[in-house]
Ligand binder design. Structure first.
Ligand code: DGY
Length: 328
């Protein structure tokens, strides 16, 4: 008797850790080995034949792709965010969508705090200063920054990552404000957080850190109007998604000196265009979307993505499923 063919899976990039080796035992596996994402035509050609896709946030999964992918049963994203995927279109075509929440919470919060500290205390500028041989003597006015301890932090979004940043902030003796769709009374009493409206958060925060998913409601959440209401000299940290901020308005607020600085792990677009003003401003600290990039966390994200994919290929609900209504 002929054995059924193993499902065919396309992975859009080599992933850290052992997860892909595990996948190879159950599937006919094709992995895009190049450092840059597969071009659209390659993704479409692979999707045409695939039962499952493992994607990254750089891969657009939309209705035109789904329309060409008659066998597709699952798209497993190696990220907690899934704004690269049209989930409604996947659900309509009964394609399960998986993501990787939880595992990256603490790692991302570590990095958000690293950016906050690095920006406040001008760590990158200091490093460049020493390396350039400019350090001649101890100078009482050299590279002065702002204090983190005792300052007010405004969190935009109090999901798992926002809460993890709040814990770190409490350790630094910060006052922590937050805006969130829902009140979180347990976290308020555990960590002494204050839920405020957007205007208060903008007016009172020395640091504003963004922790919301990108959706229609949050696109350009921080626009020209909001930036103008931020405390003069305040610092912005973004480890969420670039388009949550109106980047042209941010550039103006930074160039005018109204904002003290910004530390951005995410930008719009990614990567930044070569002539972007952000990369020329000295009060901006930039990183290439690496908040979750620790060896252990990226390995666990890959492993979770494989678990999600395999479950869906077996007809089970993925452990982390964005459209669970497909599995009543
Ligand atoms: C995510 O998971 O959404 C991050 O942006 C990448 O780790």
């Amino acid at each position: 008797m002929q054995r059924p063919k193993p499902p065919r899976v396309f992975v859009t990039r080599q992933l850290p850790g052992e997860a892909l080796a595990r996948l190879g035992a159950f599937t006919t596996l094709r992995v895009w080995e190049q450092p840059l994402p597969p071009p659209r035509e390659v993704l479409l050609a692979e999707a045409r034949e695939a039962d499952g896709l493992i994607t990254l946030l750089t891969d657009r999964v939309d209705e035109p792709l789904l329309a060409e992918a008659p066998h597709l049963r699952v798209v497993s994203n190696v990220a907690v965010g899934y704004d690269n995927i049209d989930v409604a279109a996947c659900t309509a075509r009964r394609v399960a969508v998986g993501n990787t929440p939880g595992v990256l919470t603490e790692t991302t919060a570590d990095f958000a705090f690293a950016l906050l500290l690095g920006l406040a205390r001008r760590v990158v500028e200091a490093d460049a200063y020493v390396r350039a041989g400019r350090w001649k003597t101890w100078d009482p006015s050299l590279l002065l920054g702002v204090d983190v301890h005792g300052a007010t932090l405004g969190l935009v979004g109090l999901g798992a990552i926002g809460a993890a940043v709040a814990r770190r902030a409490r350790g630094f003796g910060m006052r922590v404000l937050y805006v969130n769709r829902r009140a979180k009374p347990e976290l308020e009493s555990e960590l002494g957080l204050e839920r405020v409206d957007k205007a208060t958060l903008m007016a009172e925060s020395d640091f504003v850190s963004l922790h919301v998913a990108l959706c229609d409601e949050t696109r350009h959440w921080l626009g020209r109007e909001e930036l103008a209401t931020m405390k003069p000299g305040a610092l912005l940290v973004n480890t969420a998604r670039g388009p949550v901020v109106d980047q042209a308005a941010l550039e103006e607020a930074l160039a005018s000196g109204h904002l003290g600085g910004a530390a951005l792990d995410v930008t719009d677009p990614e990567p930044l265009s070569a002539d972007s003003l952000l990369s020329k401003l000295p009060n901006v600290l930039l990183a290439p979307h690496i908040a979750s990039a620790s060896h252990s966390t990226r390995g666990r994200m890959a492993s979770m993505a494989v678990d999600n994919l395999l479950a869906a290929l077996e007809g089970r609900k993925p452990p982390h499923c964005v459209n669970p209504e497909l599995f009543p």
